[in-house]
Design a protein around this ligand. Structure first.
Ligand code: PLP
Length: 444
């Protein structure tokens, strides 16, 4: 364990560092960020020596938990052998090819080709450019519109934030860019409170069809959605929603994009969220759990039909990044997937820790301030309400209690996130039963 001068680091944090997605005035008023210095298993430590149970797996990503020596070793070996090479010069590297084959095997079906990027946002930028290029090659350049949902999260780049449906992000920078339509989200607790689940599922899916008809089916390129909306507040769609959305996409010949940046690689108890919900996408965006966050890497998988269309053209696809298929990230991701397989962590989420987590979170249903709990695999949310039996929040629609509960949890030794007045959870796949019980006890 290394010693750090935390007081000096916090001073420099304010003096020189602009953290991502942060309120800079608040950080300055706090005298600097909380500095995380080390981690092991499902626990992180801050510079003051506080142990905090990581109920968020970092930022929805450290699925295999912290402290995996073999991931460090594989990175070390790959760095010595070949730290970098790209695919711009009709070249490729061993780890990139091996990882593409591995991910294609897990996806199965028609999704047999993988394009690499470094982040989830970039994976969706690739989706954006690839889909429009595809339709142009098909002789249908008018198919340009993407349909997404309000409160969706697809990243922070211009295309990612535009595809996403976060009003606060749109307000900064004049987004969304043209050609992106947002429809209602399948958020039953908010938009279908008291409505029968089947009817709500149909109503939310039919909003997609209504928008397709409003803008003209021949102008629509793709629908994009997260299997479960993560950053929107762990919004688990009601049964029937996804198959109905899929049927609508097929009816109008629209590409279906599954953004599996959070749900992919076992989070919902299957390798992919589309398998859990029973639909077949044409394109899949992946990141986070691909490497368990140990190094940045993301992937965009496309169907054979899309690849055949690209191959029928003599033009380059003029899109890609310096770090596409980075060999060290790819080697680490490959070993990370091997760990998930070897330790049967997807099964663990489906049959062991996932059900335990579901029961533990549901035990909060009787709390006087809890309006709803919901879980799907190892994703969970707790809705805090001002009046039991309603969806009325403290302080109006945006809520005021979430940050209070979150801060109390952190002070009590648990990292969770507040999204408006929902407390959301996304623990590592290796979290123990006792740690899950501790999470719920701290929240209560
Ligand atoms: N898509 C989804 C569903 C996400 O949850 C995120 C990040 O949380 C992204 C895309 C963007 O990924 P990144 O932050 O790696 O750019």
């Amino acid at each position: 364990m290394r010693n750090h001068d935390i007081t000096e680091l916090r001073r420099q944090d304010v003096a020189h560092h602009l953290p991502a997605q942060a309120n800079y005035r608040l950080i300055a008023d706090m005298g600097g960020s909380r500095i995380i210095t080390r981690a092991e298993g499902s626990t992180i430590w801050d510079g003051d020596g506080n142990a905090i149970l990581d109920g968020m797996a970092g930022l929805w990503c450290v699925d295999v938990g912290y402290g995996r020596k073999e991931l460090a070793e594989v990175a070390y070996e790959q760095m010595l052998e070949l730290p970098y090479y790209n695919s711009f010069f009709r070249t490729a590297t061993v780890p990139a090819i091996a990882l593409a084959a591995k991910v294609a095997g897990l996806l199965g079906g028609e999704l047999q080709h993988i394009f690499f990027n470094s982040s989830g946002s970039e994976a969706n930028d690739t989706v954006f450019r690839l889909v429009r290029h595809y339709w142009t090659l098909k002789g249908r350049p008018e198919r340009r519109i993407f349909i997404s949902r309000h409160n969706a999260y697809h990243g922070s780049t211009v295309a990612g934030a535009s595809l996403g449906g976060m009003a606060a992000m749109h307000a900064q920078g004049g987004l969304p860019i043209p050609g992106i339509e947002h429809v209602m989200q399948p958020y039953a607790f908010n938009e279908g409170f008291g409505e029968e689940a089947e009817a709500f599922a149909a109503r939310a899916a039919d909003a997609v069809e209504a928008r397709i008809l409003a803008v003209g089916p021949d102008n629509v390129a793709a629908f994009i959605g997260e299997p479960v909306q993560g950053a929107g507040g762990v919004i688990v769609p009601p049964p029937g929603y996804w198959p109905r959305v899929e049927a609508i996409c097929r009816k109008y010949g629209i590409l279906l994009v599954s953004d599996e940046v959070i749900c992919g690689f076992g989070r919902l108890g299957r390798w992919f969220g589309f398998q859990h919900f029973g639909y077949t996408p044409d394109i899949v965006a992946m990141a986070k759990g691909l490497s368990s966050g140990y190094l940045p890497i993301s992937a965009t998988a496309v169907s054979r039909e899309i690849v055949e269309t690209l191959r029928a053209s003599d033009r380059d696809f003029v899109h890609g990044y310096t770090y596409s298929g980075h060999p060290v990230s790819a080697a680490v991701a490959l070993r990370n997937l091997e760990i998930i397989e070897r330790e049967k962590l997807v099964d663990r989420v489906a049959h062991d820790i996932g059900p335990h987590f579901a029961r533990a979170v549901a035990s909060l249903d009787d709390h006087p301030l809890v309006g709803e709990t919901r879980t799907c695999g190892l994703l969970g949310a707790i809705e805090i309400v001002a009046e039991k039996g309603t969806n009325r929040r403290f302080g109006g629609a945006e809520g005021a209690a979430g940050p209070v509960v979150r801060d109390a949890c952190i002070a009590g030794g648990l990292m969770v996130r507040a999204i408006r007045d929902s407390i959301v959870m996304c623990p590592p796949f290796v979290i123990t039963h006792a740690e899950v019980d501790r999470m719920v006890a701290i929240i209560r």
